[in-house]
Every structure is written in structure tokens, then in C-alpha cells.
Ligand binder design. Structure first.
Ligand code: SAH
Length: 370
């Protein structure tokens, strides 16, 4: 049977392109889109003000728009992209994972973490992930699809609204940081992620007005994409998921290492650091008896010192065990010794706190199972 004659009897969600949304567009494109819909160009700024400055995505509340065109503008430029399926809270309510359903049934997750001095949202750039790292829950299910720019941005807008509305204990506050460390490999969805960075960081009402320096893009090490990002003139923090300094083990922990080796990844990261003057965050999930050996700490320190010099910062992540995995986090004394050795090589090294573990919201646990 040919594809065209297949009857539409499936209830299963069809993976499809999300509808066009204001947050997919630059300010200029928004004006053009509004005019194309037969409206005055200034309506683009009005809509942008609602969405990016007031964090409101519901046209019904945009009473300064004429009733006659409000619904049409909403349908054409502010279609609902993400519906919250549920929230899970932990850490006394200061960590909140949200499960979202996209227009085509695709599921994705984001996590908002409030600290005394900042609030960070960890967002997804893809539904699923194609990088297949064996210790990561998202990697086990494969890639479903890329998220659109607006689907990425809307996770940030929602988090900013939750903070402003005092939905997280601690009173009304402000979202300060964004990390692309949820589901997906951001640099495998390059253009949409870079566009999303602009929407997140451009001053309101063009964008949400966060500082680029408070945005972190984390990658497995797609070397050509790191180089491309180096030429964008951005100031975001680059994080590289290294997980081991030797190619032999990294070939299995981060399969894309079979294509781009440790030294190439670190050289590309160095290029980014030189261009931006920003330290690169080296992510290292510490796994008991797998990559936590003293000699690996020494080699890591040596390599980072050689390739990145003062631009390296190591972020150790105690492994968050994922369902079905035989791997576990390293014992604390092993972790402490690892930190000590890296620091001894002159490279700053800190251990990330592991929030959200019990709601499967910690690093590498996002899997959007329903
Ligand atoms: N694909 C990107 C971003 C998503 S993951 C990347 O790999 O960088 C964000 C971080 O969580 C990465 O450093 C990833 O390696 C790490 N991670 C994945 N699974 C983990 C787990 N089970 N425990 C601890 N960290 C994990």
C-alpha cells in the first residue's frame, strides 16, 4: 500500500511541524507577518509586548487589541504550542519539573530550579535525543524531533511567568538563568537554538531580555557546530560534556566521539573561549569504577591545562542513576580525590548539586515517559 492511500485510522499522534508562532520570528518578520494578515505594523510590537515583556500568551487577555482581530491574530501568531500535562515538585517546592505536550502529541520536559540568589530553567531543545549516550535517560529513546524556536522559547517564558507570579516558594522573583541541558543535543538543532538564544536575550519587547552570559549551551562536542557558534558573536557560556579525557572510553560514553575526538573537541572549545573570552564549562558525570580513576583525573587536568589553559572549569556531576542502568555515582571520597587532582593541575573544579533526583528531574533523567 502506498503512503498516500493509507487510511487515517491511527490515534497515535502524528509528528508534525509546529505551527508558526511569534517567537519563531525576528522583530522584522513579525511586522511583515502582521501586515500580511491585513493589520497595521504596530500590532507586531503590541503582540510582542504581551508575549515577551508581560509573559502572556493568551490573546483573550490582550484587551488593547481590537476585538475584531484579536482571535485571528491569536490563531495565526500565538497558537498554543505547549500544554502543561503536569508539574512535579521537590526540594520543598523549589525544583519543579513540567511535562509538556506539543501540538502533535510530542512530550518534552523542562525543570525550574530556584536558589537563594538565582533561578535557573533547564530546557529541552529536542524531543528525545539522537546522541545515544548510554548513561543518559533521554539518549535511550532516540530522537523524536527537533523543537521549533518558539517551542524552546516558550519553555523559558513559562518559567519566567512562574517566577514572577510567585508560584515557586520564596515569593515573586525573576528568572535569571537558562541552561540548554534538558532533552536533546542543542547543536544538532543549530539554527533554531541560536534563534532561540536571540529571542531569550534580546531586550523586551523584542525578546525576554535575559543576559547572554546567563545562558549556557551544553553539547556532546559537535565540532563543526561549535566552530559555527564561535562565529555568531554570542556571549553565551559553552558547556562541553566530556565525561572522560581518553578517546577509548569516550568512544563508548559519548558515541559521537567516534567522529570527533577529545583533542578536536577541546580545540574547538578553545576557539570559542578565545573568541568570547569566556570560560568553558567541562561537564563530567562521575561514574563509579568507570571514569572516576585518579589517573583519569590527572589526565583530565593535564589535557585541559594544555588545550584550554585558564579558560577551563570542570563541573563534576555525580551520576544520576537512570532506570535499568547498572551504573552508579562514585563514593564521596573518590569524588573528593578526583576534585583534588583536577584542581592540583590548576583547573577549577566544582561538584554540581543534584536537584530533582526523586522526581526524575536531575541531569540525564529527563525521559518524558507518560
Ligand atoms: N546533549 C547535551 C545537553 C543535555 S544533557 C549534552 O550532552 O551536553 C546535560 C548534561 O547532563 C550533559 O553533560 C550530560 O552528559 C549530563 N548527563 C546525562 N545523563 C546523566 C546522568 N545520568 N547523570 C548525570 N549527568 C548526566
Amino acid at each position: 500500500m502506498s503512503a498516500t492511500s493509507l487510511p487515517l485510522v491511527f490515534d497515535a499522534p502524528r509528528r508534525g511541524k509546529p505551527p508558526r508562532h511569534l517567537a519563531d520570528m525576528s522583530a522584522e518578520e513579525r511586522r511583515a507577518a502582521v501586515v500580511e494578515l491585513g493589520e497595521k505594523p504596530f500590532r507586531a510590537r503590541q503582540l510582542s509586548h504581551h508575549y515577551f515583556a508581560r509573559l502572556n500568551a493568551d490573546v483573550a487577555e490582550m484587551t488593547d487589541l481590537p476585538a475584531s482581530s484579536r482571535d485571528m491574530l491569536g490563531e495565526k501568531l500565538l497558537p498554543r504550542l505547549l500544554t502543561s500535562v503536569r508539574h512535579l515538585d521537590t526540594d520543598n517546592g523549589t525544583t519543579r519539573k513540567t511535562l509538556w505536550r506539543a501540538h502533535d502529541g510530542t512530550l518534552l520536559e523542562s525543570v525550574l530550579m530556584r536558589y537563594p540568589d538565582r533561578a535557573t530553567v533547564c530546557i529541552s531543545s529536542q524531543a528525545g535525543c539522537g546522541m545515544a549516550c548510554p548513561f543518559c535517560a533521554t539518549g535511550q529513546g532516540g530522537l523524536q524531533r527537533n523543537l521549533s524556536t518558539a517551542e524552546i522559547v516558550d519553555q523559558v517564558r513559562s518559567a519566567a511567568a512562574m517566577m514572577r507570579d510567585g508560584e515557586i516558594p520564596g515569593g515573586a522573583g525573576r528568572l535569571s538563568n537558562v541552561v540548554f541541558m534538558g532533552m536533546g543535543e542543542p547543536l544538532a538543532n543549530y539554527r533554531r537554538v541560536v534563534d532561540a538564544v536571540h529571542r531569550i536575550c534580546d531586550p523586551a519587547p523584542e525578546g525576554l531580555g535575559l543576559s547572554q552570559r546567563s545562558v549556557t549551551v551544553s553539547t556532546v562536542g559537535l565540532v563543526p557546530a561549535i566552530r559555527r557558534m564561535t562565529s555568531e558573536g554570542l556571549q553565551v557560556t559553552l558547556a562541553v560534556s566530556l565525561h572522560t579525557p581518553d578517546d577509548e572510553l569516550r568512544d563508548t560514553l559519548v558515541p559521537v566521539n567516534n567522529r570527533w575526538k577529545v583533542a578536536e573537541v577541546l580545540e574547538a572549545a578553545r576557539g570559542y573561549a578565545d573568541q568570547t573570552g569566556r570560560r568553558v564549562s567541562i561537564e563530567y558525570a562521575l561514574i563509579r569504577d568507570i571514569n572516576d580513576h585518579p589517573w583519569r583525573a590527572d589526565l583530565l587536568g593535564k589535557l585541559l591545562h594544555r588545550h584550554l589553559g585558564r579558560f577551563a572549569h570542570v563541573n563534576l556531576i555525580p551520576l544520576n542513576p537512570t532506570p535499568g542502568s547498572k551504573w552508579d555515582a562514585s563514593p564521596k571520597p573518590v569524588e573528593r580525590e578526583f576534585v583534588r587532582r583536577v584542581q592540583e593541575a590548576g583547573v577549577p573544579c566544582t561538584v554540581r548539586d543534584t536537584r530533582g533526583q526523586e522526581i526524575a528531574a536531575a541531569c540525564g533523567q529527563l525521559a518524558a515517559e507518560e
